[in-house]
Design a protein around this ligand. Structure first.
Ligand code: NIG
Ligand code: FE
Length: 396
């Protein structure tokens, strides 16, 4: 299939713009991407001068969960902190109770709506974490829902095991017993059932210590699974440094990452994933060290962190805007953060740019330049979406 009359943002070396371009798609791959004048001859579909980017990649979400935490939003606006609510048994634990109580069909139904909302903005690859089960059965249930979603929609779903999200109430006095369940039961069982693509943890004062996180990383290594980490979100524990030692794919949040931490993730080639939605909702004051990340050439990705507590954000385009306004990223950096660099954060080499040989996951936009994608709020300028070489949303 040949497509003409389009402007490509290849996301190779910045925007990597190619005006008056053509694409040739064969099967699920890009066969040619370049100036129309150099394209192989043949009948072509007119794309009306649309801008084409790689399909967007949301590399950090908690898409599957039960319940609703709007009441906590009110509590926080009345002065309670996220950590205080968590210590009082709310926060993540509140969602754990609701997720345990929910049937698989209920979880699937609510997650599907969220997935469709993300996909409507040209998102073609989405990471989904477990971590609201915190017992073997419910963690497996969450993964089964993620795999069901994969069957129902064309987007690629990558799963991360987040059994080490927080300590469930029943293990409040015996953390090690819970870490043992995570490392010796939940993770190996989920892995044996082919449900896990990567292993994550929440390393924080209110969650897992460095030592506990390392036990989870060792269990992941024993199964040959890549790791990532919620690190340095509310304080600086040195989680990023630990993650770098385990060659983590990404460290996420990282508002409190210091220079030493930046150096260590630079040497391990770990991607810095910024989550402006959580920063916005928790009304944090300390932004991540963007200047230091830039000056060391650390790859920066951006994600919604879609979850019911700290980031009920269902729009990757909104997240692009937040990354620019709140963290000072340029629109070009932000767009790299949801394409080329987000692919790296998931360890995916076959997508995130528009290049011959890569997967034909593409988003077609009715905007003049890629910078327009990060500028307005609440506008969805999508014209068409191609997934695996097929239009999942056709031009209308
Ligand atoms: O990425 N930081 C920890 N985990 C999630 C929040 C989960 C929740 O509050 O339910 C996050 O922000
Ligand atoms: Fe998260």
């Amino acid at each position: 299939m040949k497509l003409t009359n389009l402007n490509l943002a290849t996301m190779s070396g910045g925007y990597g713009l190619i005006p008056n371009a053509a694409l040739v798609i064969e099967g699920d791959k890009i066969l040619f991407a370049g100036p129309a004048s150099e394209a192989p001859a043949g009948d072509a579909i007119n794309c009306y001068g649309t801008l084409v980017t790689p399909g967007l990649i949301d590399c950090h979400t908690h898409l599957v969960y039960g319940g609703n935490r709007a009441a906590e939003f009110e509590q926080r606006l009345n002065g309670a902190s996220y950590a205080e609510i968590a210590k009082a048994g709310g926060g993540i634990m509140s969602t754990v109770r609701a997720t345990r109580a929910a049937s698989e069909a209920e979880l699937l139904h609510s997650a599907l709506k969220r997935l469709d909302t993300l996909m409507a903005e040209g998102v073609t690859t989405i990471e989904v974490k477990s971590g609201y089960g915190l017992d073997v059965d419910t963690e497996l249930k969450m993964f089964r829902v993620a795999r069901q979603l994969q069957k129902l929609r064309p987007a690629t779903l990558k799963t991360s095991f987040l059994g080490a999200h927080t300590f469930p109430a029943e293990f409040k006095e015996n953390h090690q017993a819970y870490v043992d369940i995570v490392c010796n039961q939940a993770l190996p069982q989920a892995h044996a059932q082919g449900l896990v693509d990567a292993v994550d943890a929440f390393c924080e004062g209110i969650a897992f210590s460095l030592e506990e996180t390392e036990q989870v990383f060792k269990a992941a290594r024993a199964l040959n699974l890549p790791v990532k980490l919620h690190a340095e979100q509310l304080s600086n524990l040195g989680g990023a440094k630990l993650a770098a030692r385990y060659k983590a794919l990404s460290v996420d949040h990282i508002e409190y990452l210091d220079e030493e931490g930046v150096d260590s993730i630079q040497s391990s080639g770990t991607v810095a994933v910024l989550l402006p939605g959580a920063f916005y909702y928790l009304r944090e004051k300390q932004p991540p060290p963007v200047a230091a990340l830039r000056s060391r050439g650390v790859l920066i990705a951006i994600a919604t962190d879609l979850n019911p507590g700290s980031s009920p954000v269902h729009s990757l385009l909104t997240t692009l805007n937040m990354a620019c306004v709140l963290f000072g990223l340029t629109p070009e950096e932000a767009l790299l953060g949801v394409t080329a660099n987000a692919a790296r954060a998931l360890g995916l080499k076959d997508r995130g740019q528009i290049k011959a040989g890569l997967k034909a996951d593409l988003a077609f936009w009715t905007v003049e330049s890629p910078g327009d994608l990060a500028y307005p709020l609440g506008l969805n300028p999508i014209a068409a979406i191609m997934q695996d070489g097929k239009f999942s949303k056709a031009f209308t």
